[in-house]
Write a new protein. Structure first.
Length: 372
């Protein structure tokens, strides 16, 4: 969709033996000691994360565009459109954060709230696999829909309600889990992410998320797209990041709280982020590099190799058997129906059936090994 915001004109130049580039606009980071300046790649590619750095603002960030991977995640369940939209936001946010992991592990985002959508779980297994699941109350959703003005959409904060959001980094059994938890009080996932970084990481961060349903001609089924943009202020000079004082909570009403002056570079970044429109994050014809160029061309953008995103569930018959065999004999017995135990993966909907004696034998073997 051209015409959202015209790409600024730049003067073309050439490098010996190379393709035309656009001087001073963008650079691609690679193993080469001298990355070349060039224009933004116009090719819009879905299911990729594009890391970037803006040297002039001391800002690093990531752009994620999700197409078929999000569709594949949502296809496992018959979610209402409002739930698909909310879960799409959660997937985009999780991929933005989880793709920053430099180790083999999992980044898990989970909400537990009192709203119509009382549970969201998104599991990102580095470097690229994502799966997700939502639990919702259809009657409450329909009641909320009936109360909305004609043509109005759901507010993500209202769908979630009050509760908490947890972000967990799991590197396996040999390393302790790291978990950060923030309260949800009717805000959406963007606001929760900002609160998380203010409270837990003390890194100035701004996130934008968008999800859209794409209609196709000829009666073809619709598809879903999501996009996200995250920027973080990480100056090399000490003292430029001023931690924001958290609200004391018990201060009398009307108390003037201390104000914190933001660094000029971060103020400029926030101003630019405030111009990002939802359509720019989900436009199938607008590449991530063109979007970054639109926003930050005056400062120059350095982009890094993109990273793939794949919808993939990690469940397997072996994994499910390991879980079942860890239960007590009494617990395993309570799961038996008609001589078998059936387990359905909440993420992908796949069902695994086991004969009761299989599970009993596996559990007994595990118990013997533990005692011996």
């Amino acid at each position: 969709m051209d015409g959202l915001r015209a790409d600024p004109l730049a003067r073309p130049s050439h490098i010996p033996g190379g393709a035309p580039i656009w001087a001073g606009d963008m650079t691609t980071h690679s193993a080469s000691p001298s990355p070349a300046s060039r224009g933004p790649d116009p090719r819009a590619v879905d299911d990729r994360v594009t890391p970037f750095h803006i040297d002039g603002l001391d800002v690093r960030g990531r752009v994620v565009r999700l197409g078929t991977s999000l569709d594949a995640v949502l296809a496992h369940h018959d979610y209402p459109a409002a739930v698909k939209r909310l879960l799409g936001e959660a997937v985009a946010l999780t991929v933005l954060l989880g793709s920053t992991l430099k180790i083999q592990g999992r980044f898990i985002l989970q909400t537990r709230t009192d709203g119509p959508v009382d549970l969201l779980v998104v599991d990102f297994a580095a470097p690229q696999d994502v799966r997700a699941y939502a639990r919702f109350d259809l009657e409450r959703l329909e009641a909320m829909q009936a109360a909305l003005p004609a043509g109005a959409g759901f507010d993500s904060g209202a769908l979630l309600g009050h509760g908490h959001l947890a972000m967990t980094i799991d590197q396996g059994l040999s390393v302790n889990r790291y978990q950060g938890v923030v309260a949800l009080a009717g805000e959406g996932l963007e606001a929760a992410a900002h609160q998380y970084f203010t409270q837990s990481e003390q890194i100035p961060t701004r996130v934008r998320l968008a999800v859209a349903e794409e209609m196709h001609p000829g009666g073809a089924p619709s598809s879903w797209r999501a996009g996200g943009l995250m920027v973080q202020f990480l100056p090399t000079e000490g003292g430029r990041v001023r931690p924001v004082d958290l609200h004391p909570g018990d201060a009398p009403e009307g108390t003037d709280l201390p104000e914190t002056d933001e660094d000029d570079a971060w103020v400029e970044t926030l101003s630019i982020m405030g111009t990002v429109e939802d359509v720019e994050l989900v436009d199938a014809d607008l590449s991530s590099e063109r979007l970054l160029f639109r926003l930050f061309h005056e400062r120059g953008v350095r982009v890094f190799d993109t990273e793939a995103v794949v919808a993939k569930c990690s469940c397997s018959r072996e994994r499910v058997m390991n879980v079942l065999s860890s239960f007590t004999a009494e617990e395993r017995g309570s799961l038996v129906e008609d001589g078998k135990i059936g387990v359905t993966c909440e993420f992908c909907g796949r069902t695994y059936d086991f004969k009761a004696e299989e599970v009993v034998e596996a559990g007994a073997a595990d118990e013997s090994a533990a005692q011996g």
